[in-house]
Write a protein that binds this ligand. Sequence first.
Ligand code: HEC
Ligand code: HEC
Length: 451
Amino acid sequence: MRIARPPFARRHFDRKSAAALVGAVLVLFASGGAPAQVQTTLADGLLPRLSEWLAPDATPDNVVQALTERASEEFSPAFLATEAPFLVALGRLAFRSPLIFGSYAARAGLSCDICHSAGGTNADFFVSEVSDRPGNVDVTHGFWRRESEDGLANPINIPSLRGVRWTAPYGRDGRFASLEAFTRNVIVHEFAGDEPPAVIIDALAAYQRALAFPAAAQVGPAGRLTAEAGADARRGEVIFRRDCAACHIPSAGFVDRRAHDVGTGGHFDTPTLFGLAASAPYFHDGRAAGLQAVITHFESVLGLTYNPTQRENLYAYLSAIGAEAPPSRRLLAIDLADLDKFADALDFPLNDEDLELTDLIAAMLRTEVGRIAERFPPESHAAGRDLLQEWSRDLIEVTRLAEADRFAEARDALTAWRSRLAADLPALARVESTSLYNPETLRRMVITAYQ
Ligand code: HEC
Ligand code: HEC
C-alpha cells in the first residue's frame, strides 16, 4: 500500500521560512531558549523531522522502521585502544549533532549521522532537490551552500564509514588524503558550517577511525571464508580470487587504496565489499540496483563470461562477505546510556575551563535530550516531557556556572545531572511503552498523519 505523504513532510523545504517549525524542539532545546515555551504538536516533532529524509513514496511502514530501528554501530576494541576515549565520545556526539553545520542543514536537523547512520550508510536517504534515487545525494549543490554549487547534477551514493580507517584516500574519487581534511571540508564547504574548533575535527576523526568493518560471521582471518560458509559461496571465493582480488584485496578489507576506471564514468576508489547487504544501490552513483547487476557489469568490463552457476556462486560469495548485523530497536535505556557516555565529552572542557567548548558541547547534549523528548508528546506525556525539560534546564545551569567562571560548581552540577539521569530513569521507563519508543504507538500516529 502506498499512500501520498502528508503535507507537513515538505514544509521545511521552503528555505525562506527560516523559523521552520520542523526541528523546533531540537533547536529550542539546543539554543537554551526557554524550554517551557516549547509547545509542539505531534506533527511538529519527531515524525516530520526524521521521516523528512525518506523518499516521497515511503510507506507508513518505512517511516515507522526508520524511526524505531537503528543500524548496529560496531567499534573495534583494537582501534578504540589507540584513540583517546574523550575524543571518541565527543566525536560520536558531534557526528549526531546539527550544530556543527550552518544555514539550512542545521535548521533542518541534518547531521553526519542522518546520512551515515550509526557510521554506516543510509540507503533510504532522499531529498527530492538533491537526490536522484534513495541512498544518493548531491553534496556539491547550492541547496546546501550557495558557493559550493558546481553546476552539475552529480548525486553520489552515500558510502559507509565502517572501517574507514583503512580506506584512505577519501571521497569516492580519493581526493582527500586525511580523514581530518575530508571532515573539515564536509562541515565548512558542503554544509556551510562555521570553522569548527580543531578539537571537534580531531574528535570526529577519532570516532570514525574507531568504527570497525561490519562483522561478517563467515569471514575469518585474512579475509578468507570460514568452514561455516556454504559450498556455493566457497566456489564463488575461488572465482573472486582469480578475477576480482587484485583490486578488492581480501586481506586488506577488500580495498587496494587506489582509484581505477572500471567503466562507471571515471576513476574511483576501490570500495570495500564489507557491509554490501545494507549498502545497495552500488557504484559511486548507485547505478547498479543489486549485486547481480554489479556482476554482469564486471563481466563486460573485464571481458569475462560466467555461466549461471558461476554467477550464483559469486553472488553467494559477495552476500557472505557483505553480511551485516541486523538493526536494533531504539530503546529509552540505550538512549539514556548514550547520554551518560556523551556527558564524558563535557568533563574535558570543564576541567580545562574552556568556555567556548563547554557551551558547544552542552548545546549538543541538549539536542540529544530534545531527541528523547520528541518521543514523549506533550499532549499525552506531559510529565515525561517536563522531566526532560528539567534535564535541559539543568544543563543550561552548567553552562551559566561556567560562564560565571565558577567551573568547580559547574563540574559538581554536571555530576548531579548525571545522577539525576539514573534517578529519573524509572519514571520515564514506566511510560516508555505508551510513548513513541513503542513502534505500535508510532504506527498509529503515522497512519493518522497520513490520512
Ligand atoms: C547529506 C548526506 C551527507 C552528510 C550529512 C554527510 N555525508 Fe559524508 N558522504 C556523503 C556522500 C554522498 C559521500 C561521497 C562523497 C564523495 O565521494 O565526494 C560522503 C563521503 C564521506 C567520507 C568519505 C568516505 C570514503 O571512504 O571515501 C567521509 C569520511 C565522510 N563522508 C564523513 C562525513 C562526516 C564526518 C560528516 C559530518 C561532518 C558527513 N560525512 C556528513 C553524504 C553525507
Ligand atoms: C581494476 C580493479 C577492480 C576489479 C578487477 C574489480 N573491481 Fe569491483 N570495484 C572497483 C572499483 C574502482 C569500484 C568502484 C566503482 C564506482 O564506484 O563507480 C568497484 C565496485 C565494486 C562493487 C560495488 C561496491 C559498492 O559499495 O558500491 C562491487 C560489489 C564489486 N566492485 C565487486 C567486484 C567483483 C565481484 C569483481 C570481480 C568480478 C570486481 N569487483 C573486480 C575495482 C575493481
